[in-house]
Design a protein around this ligand. Structure first.
Ligand code: ADP
Ligand code: MG
Length: 705
């Protein structure tokens, strides 16, 4: 479409999605009812109905130009995978093509999936893995240079039933939290609700960079982030990019992106410039957790695709540039009954809302008991540079409740009863032409990793490139456990009112240490957290050990989310992914140092040396040139030494088997050696002729998008 054409959101929204509405239109009533019942309550679709659904889906897809279908799944790489099959079958006797798609093909697929990470769950000789249709997430059409592909969201499991993906555990955890939440609300007299669903709204941050420049940076191409680069004269200190007017080129990208997302049924809602130069954000409207997860994958993929079309590249890495903010993904989470009640809504008088207070107390208990798992769920290689740095939440998990709730908690713990709460009141603008507005009951805290924001919790640690599945699986499961423990006690109580009161008080008192509303970026908090006994897990490698503690195994096995074997395999994958990613970064650095930076510096040295000689011949003072030459030479010598050291360490690591020891070698020796190589190169960048510098600089990358 042309730039000027008006957009009719109503018309294009979900035009590429096989929505419930389309199913209703195209399926016989009884089949639709069967599908709907399975979507809501689980169970299996009959073979006959599956065939009818598949036929309707295929007809719709073909009417919209589709040639292929794919089971779209989320292996442990953190991104999505697809293998296309065309609708082509054997032509009939007259040579006519009859396109087919059966219920069996819809429900089950068998990709030869031996090459996905399985952490030892499957050897390549036993490669059978199945994809299974996730009936609760709608099928959609992906359209690009490949043509139009019907994508069927699926879960991915091994022959022996172990989850090989991120989706299966998420779905399992959604069932667990639904079941346990129902037990809680039944205690408070809700007999109508039959299901409780976690809703998630992930805010997605990203950077844009000119594609031609990006392609000139091997570090960005291979590692998704810069591994070298002196700071630009200006960073984000003036705060003039945040919420600033959107540049034309970026605006055109955002417009395209929104269009594509709306067609795919993604409710792209908010867009703005973020804190760092060339950093932006997109937020959709929240929806059921597994669909939010699928949609977030679609958002990330579409961002990449649309950027490329516009001569840009979208950087989803958590830390594309040193010295300015990195990117994350705020994961907004709440629980809603199928009768429309948000369990995290305190209402006007939270102090009197006993069900809310119990839910809150359980969540605090869950977060405190499993802070290590929550931290682990947000660990990925790029996030290593964010968590604990001065821009993202620290690696310490704490909860921000806000003034109003904190006060209620205080009353409950100290006096055993809460009879009032702080209210927002009016905000006086002091300008007669501006209206005085109703304030929220509490201000915000941007430094908290797990913040209560009105009627939801916002988990702010997830990395921008990461899947949100792990984080939500962890949150759902640990909260399900707290609900379960509470329900076990309360269902047996003689006097429910009294028992609830005591339990809330007990949980709040026991887990109050997790509440923190101060500056999470400060050193004082690190010390205070240590005093409170809260874990501060600084690295991804360290965080991985949380997956296999007795506590974690007990938790996840109790609710059927992960088996012990699945947990160990996931831990192995963390070690492997970390090691391999850092190895790629180290290799990219070595290559850039030897093939780009050192040759450029030598060329510059040659030029300066020539000048020195020329000046000497003509009797002119050459001390300034000599000084420059000496300094540059010093930088080069240091670069060479650091390169050789990094090469030596990488070679040593090559001999080691994958696992914790090897990951530690990368973390403790190779990462510091990389920093030692970066330092002299970044210094040289500030000394060497810009014309000779072999790659685009931070100025070029961040300020000329
Ligand atoms: P905030 O300003 O508090 O960050 P926004 O309205 O900008 O809130 O929403 C941020 C994200 O949170 C959006 O994706 C939004 O849809 C989502 N969100 C809002 N309410 C809820 C809720 N009850 N549960 C889950 N996510 C929610
Ligand atoms: Mg937010």
């Amino acid at each position: 479409m042309t730039e000027k054409e008006n957009v009719n959101i109503e018309e294009i929204f979900a035009s590429k999605v096989f929505t419930l509405g389309r199913m209703k239109e195209r399926l016989p009533g009884d089949v639709f009812n069967e599908v709907y019942a399975v979507m809501q309550g689980g169970g299996e679709l009959s073979r006959k109905s599956a065939d009818i659904v598949a036929g309707a889906m295929k007809d719709w897809a073909i009417e919209n130009g589709a040639t292929h279908f794919t089971h779209w799944f989320q292996p442990l790489t953190g991104i999505t995978a697809e293998k296309h099959d065309s609708f082509v079958t054997h032509p009939d006797a007259d040579g006519k093509m009859i396109m087919e798609f059966s219920g069996k093909e819809l429900v089950k697929g068998e990709p030869d999936a031996s090459s996905f990470p399985s952490g030892g769950l499957r050897a390549t000789f036993e490669a059978r893995g199945y994809t299974v249709w996730d009936i609760t997430s709608p099928a959609f059409l992906k359209e690009d240079a490949t043509g139009v592909i019907l994508c069927i969201p699926t879960a991915f499991c091994s022959y022996t039933g172990e989850a090989l993906d991120k989706k299966t555990p998420l779905l399992r955890s959604m069932e667990a939290i639904s079941e346990q939440s129902l037990r809680i609300i039944r205690l408070f007299g809700d007999t109508k609700s039959t299901k409780v669903t976690p809703s998630v709204g992930p805010e997605q941050e990203y950077f844009l960079v000119d594609r031609a420049k990006y392609l000139k940076r091997p570090d960005m191409v291979f590692a998704g982030r810069t591994l070298f680069g002196a700071p630009a004269p200006k960073g984000q200190e003036l705060d003039d990019h945040y919420f600033g007017a959107i540049r034309e080129r970026v605006g055109a990208f955002m417009k395209d992106l929104n269009l594509e997302l709306w067609k795919l049924g993604v409710t792209a809602k908010t867009q703005h410039n973020e804190a760092a130069p060339s950093q932006h954000e997109l937020a959709p409207i929240y929806e059921t957790a597994n669909i939010a997860d699928d949609h977030n994958q679609i958002v990330m993929e579409t961002m990449k695709k649309v950027a490329e079309r516009r001569g840009l590249h979208c950087l989803l890495n958590e830390k594309p540039y040193e010295g300015v903010n990195g990117s994350g993904k705020h994961n907004n989470w709440s629980l809603t009954t199928d009768t429309g009640v948000n369990l995290l809504d305190p209402g006007e008088t939270p102090e009197a809302n006993v069900q809310f207070l119990l839910v809150l107390a359980c969540i605090l208990k869950a977060v405190d008991d499993h802070a290590d798992l929550l931290r682990q769920s947000a660990a990925n290689v790029g996030n290593e540079h964010r968590l604990g740095a001065d821009e993202a939440p620290p690696a310490i998990i704490s909860v921000f409740l806000g003034e109003q709730l904190e006060d209620v908690v205080k009353q409950l713990v100290e006096t055993g009863a809460a009879d009032h709460s702080i209210h927002g009141g009016k905000l006086m603008t002091g300008v007669s032409t501006l209206s005085d507005i109703e304030k929220d009951a509490t201000d915000r805290n941007r430094t908290s990793p797990f913040a209560f924001t009105g009627n939801k919790f916002e988990f702010r640690m997830v990395g921008s490139s990461d899947s949100i599945a792990d984080a939500n699986t962890a949150i759902n499961t640990m909260v399900a456990e707290a609900f379960c423990d509470a329900a076990d006690i309360l269902e047996k109580a003689d006097n429910l009112e009294l028992a609830v009161h005591d339990l809330i008080k007990q949980y709040l008192a026991e887990h109050r240490r997790i509440i923190f509303s101060g500056d999470g970026y400060s050193d004082a908090w690190v010390k205070e957290a240590e005093r409170r006994g809260l874990p501060n897990i600084r690295t991804m490698v360290e965080a991985a050990s949380a997956l296999t503690t007795d506590k974690a195994v007990r938790l996840f096995e109790r609710f059927g989310i992960y088996t012990k074997t699945e947990l160990s395999s996931r831990q192995e994958i963390v070690y492997e992914t970390y090691t391999k990613s850092i190895n790629i970064e180290a290799a990219a650095m070595i290559g850039m140092s030897r093939k780009l930076y050192m040759p450029a510096v030598i060329t510059y040295e040659k030029n300066v040396a020539k000048t020195v000689n020329l000046l000497k011949e003509t009797g002119v003072d050459s001390s300034a040139e000599l000084k420059i030459l000496t300094e540059v030479q010093k930088g080069l010598a240091e670069t060479l030494k650091a390169t050789e050291n990094l090469e030596k360490l990488v070679n040593e690591a090559k001999q080691m088997e994958y696992g914790l020891k090897k990951a530690e070698k990368y973390r403790d020796e190779i990462v510091p050696a990389m920093a030692a190589l970066r330092a002299p190169v970044d210094r040289l960048e500030t000394m060497v002729d810009k014309e000779l510098w072999p790659v685009p600089t931070y100025e070029d990358l961040m300020f000329e998008v």
